[in-house]
Design a protein around this ligand. Sequence first.
Ligand SMILES: Cc1cc2nc3c(=O)[nH]c(=O)nc-3n(C[C@H](O)[C@H](O)[C@H](O)COP(=O)(O)OP(=O)(O)OC[C@H]3O[C@@H](n4cnc5c(N)ncnc54)[C@H](O)[C@@H]3O)c2cc1C
Length: 470
Amino acid sequence: MTLPKAVLQNLKKVIRDPKRLLTREEDLLSYGYDASFGFYRPDLVVQVLSSEETAAVMKLANRYKLPVTPRGQASSLSGGPLPVKGGIVLDVSQWNQKLVIDPEDLVAIVSPGVITAAIDDAAAAYGLMYAPDPGSSHFSTIGGNLAENSGGPRCLKYGVTKDYVIGLEVVTPQGEVIHTGGRTVKNVSGYDLTKLIVGSEGTLGIITEAVLRLVPRPPATRTLMVSFNHFVDSGRMVTKILTSGILPSKIEMMDQASIRAVEAYRPLGLPIDSEAILLIQLDGHPAAIDEEMLKIEEIAKQLDAREVKDAATEEEAKELWKARKLVSPAIVRHKPTKISEDATVPRSKIPEFCRRLQQIKEKYKIDLVVFGHAGDGNLHPNIICDKRNKQEMGRVEQAIQAIFSAALELGGTLSGEHGIGTMKSAFMAQEFSQETLDMMERIKHAWDPNHILNPGKIFPEPGVKLVLSE
Ligand SMILES: Cc1cc2nc3c(=O)[nH]c(=O)nc-3n(C[C@H](O)[C@H](O)[C@H](O)COP(=O)(O)OP(=O)(O)OC[C@H]3O[C@@H](n4cnc5c(N)ncnc54)[C@H](O)[C@@H]3O)c2cc1C
């Protein structure tokens, strides 16, 4: 796409620092990727630092009907920040100056480029916690988390990003600045536009400021690892724990392929001959934790688990959680392409989903690694492959289709937290009726009549199927 000359001239009047208007080929190329699959070159990158700048860019783009794709740190696993129709990438990652904690209202007020973990760190100084903790919390932005409604291990007990946002400032695709919600925990005035924007994957508006709810930090935590001879038993254990009256703050699963990959990458003493492990964190009052610990040991015994290992020190607990964080880098060492799914099933169906994933792995002869937020029914089946190998990618496409079908048949959803983006839009008609999709499209049209904001995402485009081979 060739940008009209007037666009760049006008942008120079809005963005006074030329370093924040990126046109060099090497910059455009590096903005063509995210953490998923595929490459799309933008025509221009604009780094914004205020609502005024953002509104001015949007007004201009709307006038010239230019596609605009918002972008945080591009850690998306669904293709969300990829400029699939070219045009402008609106980079908000440099806009990280505002991070205010109000300990009396129990809120944080943040600009969109703030790194998520920094919010929790700042809250900790007041004995408070920002609960959502995606695995990427040390490098993803709060704007990206809000746009994707991100989850994380701690969300099992505390809820996901949408449960912690009470107010937003948003720039609309037509360049208006609007405010939704506010600073109160309760607010039922008018339609809840805050919740509509959260999870809209950057297709309805650009989040320029957020008011986030904080909660008291729990006084104590305890981490344990339970290992299993059979993968499906780890799924059974999750269901049994969650129906026993205990609500751990985290239950994460790693299958044998992820255990072995981590041990090969950085030996941490994980049980490589176990078919799966669960990493569990309990939090709350120390006496309550002791009781819950006994219950978990009892459940593990009933299921014939191999071992329950209680982390004796904070250091040991940190090592166990490090193992979980290392899965992603560890599994890509033997093949270059990682396709990370996040299909999610109701909790009662976790054992059956584990069984189906095993069958899919065998049927399509794929390298399938399963780990993730098992307590939420949100497993991460990751397929490790080589996108240059056409034959293999054909099998991978079929396996992905089978994973989505299995999750939907079990009453689940295509995406628990990574979003639809480009990677799953072809499957939306499997989850939603035409009437439901039409309603979503009408909402999109009301916000963005010229369809300039993050086009090519979420909605299935006629005739476009998932094709992974190059
Ligand atoms: C190793 C690894 C682990 C991960 N673990 C998790 C996990 O545990 N849980 C989870 O949910 N995700 C996880 N992710 C996925 C990813 O980190 C999240 O989706 C994250 O929220 C993306 O944030 P970002 O700043 O990188 O946004 P980007 O990837 O840049 O953008 C994501 C989407 O948000 C939109 N967007 C960005 N900023 C704004 C804004 N200010 N206003 C409007 N729209 C905006 C973009 O257009 C895009 O659609 C993981 C990714 C990796 C690589």
